[in-house]
Write a protein that binds this ligand. Structure first.
Ligand code: MIC
Ligand code: SF4
Length: 639
């Protein structure tokens, strides 16, 4: 039987396990990336594993999330990460150099290699045929130390593209269309390969927009073939030698095939508060817009920015709209400046922000109260913008600019003439904002610089055979990590201070949760389907660990979060009978019986008074050992 692209890369990197769907496999990791909001914790974990130099082919530490330095905390963390990178053999991408995924695609990604990153949008690099996955910081720390990365062998989905995008319709609309078809949980347990004749019409930045947002489907990752379009992109980045051709075998088998005709797509929007709540621009044209934000790792390429500039040239945005533009990297910004496009953007009334995540993670630019904000980003979860009642719509750059010009949601097809965007034959190469690490010899004298914001890792304990705990919180379906551990300018600076962060745990749903959990000492959380969707932040597991959460019982889990719970020593358990969810009330005492035997058998009994609720788990031997040890860190250190 032939192989898919992902299966070929997996086969080349398989350390252990069988490539059978549902089986645990261990992969050799070629490259890692971290960003600063997850990086501080990841490097603290790496240091505590105690390895002298990273053992990957390439590891890069980016500073792109916590760039608002409204106190010493972020600056201290940047300095810490910079010094760790220098000492342990990691490249350091300075603040201002750009968003990790955009820069990695431009400067470091290699087709056919494996990459894990402590950020859920790491699959962006699938746009050039990398097997790139988001992971918890601790998994990245282990991979930097030369350890394998464990995943469940995914199913293979294929999306066959035919036709060609029509004027004013773009790659973002392809992402929104697949979200409409599959929903935010439709990709769980699968790798999505994009193929068909239609991909020949898509440039690398467009492909990367699509693989980026595959994360919102819950997919393990998304991947395009590496073809002549990939080759031309890498050559234009002065990296032609990184090119290898990659495609699936003609007789490769897929678990599901989805057809999309690009020619039939329209401009779409994801309405509040979920990326799969899709409507067309035509339908929503009566809605008044307060704010428009362009950028993020989804839509900040040179191509996107040139489109924005060409639409804004010689025009003025509506007086009632506030527009921000954040180019994805220094390369993009610098090329916009050189060709004059930046002046077109500024001239129209946009506020140009630095090359960073910015408003996407609530780092400034929050909308006004109940404000309607159109964003070219990938997530519109409630409260994520920093304004609790903000109404965020996810859109393409085309819809964003058209709406900024009129003040209402606007179908860009009503704008008339459409200018084709030409990509340069050569990008401007200047890697001076990527600092090289010290040599192994010099590294011995490099001091790691720690600030007072860095607090110890939460205490972990070996698992006991019986857990008695209070059901402190019952939540519904599709709970995101932004609910569990919110981000934003006020909280993000404390990512290395778990005790402080814990005050905000679940604050979006229930402000008194943290207090109740501390009082209860031992807690169980009950959730619906797709619990923990969204980001890779391990803080959504470390903070509950600190608050005494012993288990999360849900109808189903998102991949990275389930792995993070196990890494933190918290049991993710699913209902055998989903109806049992309705039988549980908040604030009741529950017990999990005979855990050691139950984990082996894959079935655990939870007692609610005299009633018995069967729960299932299919932990591997390794996961059972991690849980028994009290988490991956203790397990790795052999404690
Ligand atoms: C996000 O988009 O939610 C983030 C911020 O990039 C997260 C990582 C984090 O929480 O630091 C992600 O996607 O993994
Ligand atoms: Fe940054 Fe937003 Fe991308 Fe997350 S989704 S990496 S916050 S730009």
């Amino acid at each position: 039987m032939g192989l898919t692209i992902a299966q070929k890369i997996i086969k080349n990197h398989l350390v252990s396990g069988e490539m059978k769907v549902g089986e645990e496999i261990a992969l050799r990791i070629d490259q890692t990336l971290t960003q600063d909001a997850t990086g501080t914790m990841a490097y603290l974990e790496f240091e505590s594993i105690g390895i002298e130099r990273v053992r990957t082919k390439l590891s890069v530490a980016y500073i792109d999330h916590n760039t608002l330095q409204s106190g010493f905390e972020n600056a201290d963390d940047h300095r810490y990460i910079q010094s760790v990178a220098k000492k342990y053999g990691i490249r350091f991408s300075r603040p201002g150099n750009g968003i990790c995924h955009q820069v990695h695609l431009e400067r470091f990604g290699v087709p056919g290699m494996t990459l894990i990153g402590s950020d859920s949008h790491t699959p962006t690099a699938g746009g050039i045929g990398m097997l790139a996955m988001g992971a918890g910081g601790l998994d990245v720390a282990v991979a930097m130390g030369g350890g394998e990365y464990y995943i469940t062998m995914p199913k293979m989905y294929k999306v066959n593209l035919t036709g060609k995008l029509q004027p004013w319709v773009s790659a973002k609309d392809v992402s929104l269309e697949i979200l409409r078809i599959l929903s935010v949980k439709g990709g769980v347990g699968a790798i999505i390969e994009w193929g068909g004749e239609g991909i020949k019409t898509l440039s690398v930045p467009e492909r990367a927009t699509i693989t980026n947002m595959g994360t919102e489907l819950g997919a393990t990752t998304s991947i395009f073939p590496s073809d002549e379009i990939t080759k031309a992109f890498l050559e234009a980045q002065g990296r032609g030698d990184a090119f290898v051709a990659l495609e699936s075998d003609p007789d490769a088998e897929y678990d599901r095939i989805i057809d999309i005709n690009l020619s039939e797509l329209k401009p779409l929007l994801a309405c509040p508060h979920s990326p799969d709540n899709i409507k067309s621009a035509e339908e929503l044209s009566h809605i008044k817009v307060d704010q428009v934000c362009i950028g993020s790792c989804t839509n900040s390429s040179l191509r996107d920015m040139l489109r924005v500039a060409s639409m804004l040239k010689g025009k003025k945005i509506d007086d009632s709209v506030s527009l921000s533009v954040s180019p994805g990297s220094k390369q993009v910004l610098s090329m916009l400046a050189d060709c004059g496009a930046l002046s077109d953007i500024l001239g129209a009334g946009a506020r140009v922000l630095e090359c960073a995540c910015g408003p996407c993670i609530g780092m400034g630019f929050s909308p006004n109260s109940a404000g309607v904000s159109l964003r070219t980003f990938n997530r519109n979860f409630e409260g994520r913008s920093g304004t609790k009642d903000g109404q965020v719509y996810l859109v393409s750059p085309e819809v964003a600019v058209a709406s900024a010009l009129t003040g209402y949601i606007t179908d860009p097809r009503t704008l008339g003439a459409y200018e084709e965007i030409e990509m340069p034959d050569a990008f401007k190469i200047d890697d001076s904002a990527v600092l090289m690490p010290a040599s192994a010899e010099e590294a011995k004298n490099v001091e790691v610089l720690r600030g007072p914001n860095i607090k110890p890792f939460p205490e972990t304990r070996k698992l006991e055979n019986r857990i008695e705990a209070n059901l402190t919180l019952k939540v519904g379906d599709n709970i995101t990590t932004d609910h569990i551990m919110p981000a934003g300018a006020k909280i993000l600076p404390y990512r290395s201070n778990i005790p402080y962060l814990s005050r905000f745990c679940f604050a979006v749903c229930d402000e008194s949760f943290a207090e109740r959990a501390l009082e209860a000492k031992n807690s169980i959380i009950v959730g619906g389907t797709n619990y923990g969707q969204g980001s890779s932040r391990e803080h959504a597991a470390l903070v509950p660990l600190y608050l005494g959460v012993k288990a999360v019982v849900a109808k189903s889990f998102a991949r990275i979060h389930a792995a993070n719970l196990i890494n933190a020593g918290i049991l993710p358990l699913t209902f055998e009978n989903p109806e049992d969810y309705d039988k549980l009330d908040q604030n009741t005492m529950l017990s999990l019986e005979n855990l050691f035997e139950g984990m082996e058998k894959g079935k655990i009994i939870m007692k609610n008074g005299n009633a018995e609720i069967p729960l299932v788990c299919n932990y591997t031997k390794r996961q059972i050992d991690i849980l028994k040890a009290g988490g991956l860190l203790a397990y790795t250190k052999g404690e």
